[in-house]
Design a protein around this ligand. Structure first.
Ligand SMILES: [Ca+2]
Ligand SMILES: [Ca+2]
Ligand SMILES: [Ca+2]
Length: 169
């Protein structure tokens, strides 16, 4: 009886191990949603497959891929090479492919709004978001509460320094 129950326990352990392995294999084989060409990474080659799909599809991809690639904020639509800046190389891509009446332009050609052309609207977005030093490490604007605390700290700190000077000198 005990031998039978030990054997049953071993069988159960093997079933659990097998289920775990099957689940792990299935989960490991599925790539992220932003990987549209199935090479297990989310990069320019993927977003270029969305040529002419419209700004909603482009913006969804930019947000999803940034999350997948561990960035705190979405990629900008003018960052044609997705290197987290909007600089001269992005501008040159757009300028070199400028074609307001064209269609089928890809994201890396400078079509940041995904409507298939590279026109003034794409240019204006790039110009207004120009960030040659990058937008990934942009320091957040201090919140009013922390600024008030800092100013209070300064006032309080100088007050103490002033008192010390008066009392001990
Ligand atoms: Ca990919
Ligand atoms: Ca860039
Ligand atoms: Ca466009």
């Amino acid at each position: 009886m005990t031998k039978q129950s030990a054997s049953l326990k071993m069988t159960l352990v093997w079933v659990v191990v097998a289920l775990f392995l099957v689940n792990f294999t299935i989960a490991g084989g599925k790539g992220p949603a932003c990987d549209l060409n199935g090479d297990s990474s989310c990069d320019v080659a993927d977003i270029d497959t969305l040529a002419g799909s419209g700004s909603a599809a482009i913006n969804d991809w930019l947000a999803g891929a940034a999350t997948e690639n561990s960035h705190a904020s979405p990629y900008l639509a003018s960052d044609t090479d997705l290197d987290r800046d909007v600089d001269l190389s992005d501008y040159n891509a757009l300028a070199g492919n400028f074609n307001p009446t064209g269609s089928g332009a890809a994201f890396s050609d400078g079509d940041g709004d995904g409507d298939g052309d590279v026109d003034l609207s794409d240019y204006n977005t790039l110009a207004s978001g120009f960030a040659p030093t990058g937008y990934s490490g942009a320091a957040g604007v201090p919140e009013p509460s922390s600024m008030v605390l800092c100013m209070l700290g300064l006032v309080f700190g100088s007050g103490i320094a002033f008192c010390r000077k008066r009392l001990w000198s």
